[in-house]
Design a binder for this molecule. Structure first.
Ligand code: GDP
Length: 425
């Protein structure tokens, strides 16, 4: 059984919490895209952790956690994360890094930083973690695979070819110091020994797990709005955030994925730039952000304040469809308990026309939200585990959203902790 857990929106929907919860009954958890540029917050028996590259199954000794071939592996940050777990008393997790995953190199981070500097006011709001240069290089065929670390002369000749090109950029576009392939190679070789114990033939491992009918979770990063094809391009990320990419980035047959769980938050939030039609501002936003607490305040990786807004059924319906969602999980409903009334964005007005179709990015910039207002429930429902015990207005809110997004909402999460969740269907 293979289940993908993915975001229906801009990321930060609570995928980490849900992956951690589902990991209890899973054998293998695979990260299939992205890198250290976003985080998943998990609150478990060992405390609160922000994971960036590690799959969210690492808190259970029975799971195998795979960093798939589609991931951008930042080795120093991977090692730091492992250390954080160790320092937090988490038993050594079982981790396998695909030998086909590619390395996020120090020059990717430099390039990202220099590019943001160069663009100044028109920058894309990158997290400067090198993700865009990494994926550009991968598809331009200048990438370095993890396996290359174990073939020194091959590695050096690859680095020489890469540096020829990078140094033109460094010198002439950015006016910065040039790169030395030999020095880079030596740096990589010091990392090699540290990650060697984790590197393996993930493809074979996954194929064996499939043959043995194991329960596999595919863990997505960010959400559909950040997908370079379906999202708010160019304010997207550079790898595919949709479940359709999971088979590629994890190395499994497409038909093996039988369940796609789209995670969506009971209100909207986004980190970074780009269209966010139902965004709110001022005091109204500050209150939601503050009461959102864990769920709302700051990005898990960047510490940047999250932009917040009302639930957007136009974006979420589209996001669920782009994901191919078979079910949805609504998180952080507890956060809305303070409101007398709750607005939900049910359509956009684009160039004088009302539509519930999510527009292409060039039109999205002109979209204005059309709201419906629902009554609030004015009570604290944090930690509730019985769906039927939720206030009627909270259930009506869930029903309303479900009808609009066209995907069954099977679970409603009522708090950040592992078991603060209700089963609805
Ligand atoms: P991810 O990238 O999708 O895993 O999301 P993040 O971890 O970046 O952000 C989600 C935030 O919401 C985290 O701080 C979670 O602890 C928190 N969270 C998840 N589910 C709930 C919930 O049901 N209620 C509340 N209050 N917070 C939640």
């Amino acid at each position: 059984m293979v289940k993908a857990i993915v975001g229906a929106n801009w990321g930060d929907e609570g995928k980490g919490k849900i992956t951690d919860l589902f990991s209890e009954a899973s054998d293998m958890i695979i990260r299939f895209q992205g890198g250290a540029n976003a985080g998943h917050t998990i609150i478990c028996d060992y405390g609160k952790f922000a994971l960036h590259q590690l799959p969210s199954g690492v808190f259970y000794p029975h799971t195998t956690n795979v960093i798939g071939n589609g991931v951008a592996l930042n080795i120093p940050s991977f090692l730091n994360e492992l250390q954080t777990l160790k320092d937090g008393g988490v038993p050594e997790p079982n981790i396998v890094i695909s030998e086909r995953a590619q390395l996020l190199m120090p020059y990717h981070i430099l390039q990202d930083t220099y590019e943001e500097e160069r663009l100044a006011g028109q920058a894309f709001g990158s997290t400067k973690s090198g993700i865009a240069p990494f994926y550009s290089d991968k598809y331009a065929k200048y990438g370095i695979q993890v396996a290359d670390l174990f073939h020194e002369s091959h590695l050096l000749s690859r680095l020489e070819a890469v540096c020829d090109i990078k140094n033109v950029l460094m010198k002439h576009l950015y006016n910065k110091p040039t790169l030395d392939p030999k020095q880079l190679c030596d740096e990589l070789l010091t990392y090699r020994d540290k990650i060697a114990p984790y590197v393996g033939d993930a493809f074979k491992l996954v194929q064996t797990a499939l043959a043995e009918n194991k329960n596999i979770l595919l863990e997505g990063q960010l959400g559909a709005m950040k997908d370079p094809d379906f999202g708010i391009y160019p304010f997207t990320t550079s790898s595919h955030t949709i479940a359709g990419f999971a088979p590629v980035g994890a190395g499994i047959p497409p038909m093996a994925v039988t369940d796609v769980v789209a995670i969506t938050k009971a209100y909207s939030s986004a980190v970074g730039s780009g269209a966010f039609t139902s965004e709110i501002f001022g005091e109204e936003a500050d209150t939601l952000r503050r009461l959102g607490g864990d769920a709302g305040e700051f990005g898990a990786t960047t510490g940047r304040p999250r932009r917040v807004g009302w639930f957007d059924t136009v974006a979420t319906k589209f996001g669920c469809a782009a994901q191919g969602a078979t079910q949805a999980v609504l998180t952080a409903i507890d956060v809305l308990g303070y409101l007398d009334e709750i607005k939900v964005c049910v359509a956009y007005e684009v160039n004088g026309k009302i539509t519930d179709t999510f527009p292409v990015p060039s039109e999205l910039d002109h979209a204005k939200p059309v709201y419906e207002t629902l009554p609030g429930w004015k009570s604290d429902i944090r930690g509730e585990t019985n769906y039927d015990a939720l206030p009627n207005n909270a259930k009506a809110y869930v029903n309303f959203i479900e009808e609009k997004i066209g995907v069954p909402i099977t679970m409603v999460s009522t708090g950040p902790k592992r078991h603060e969740i209700t089963n609805r269907l």
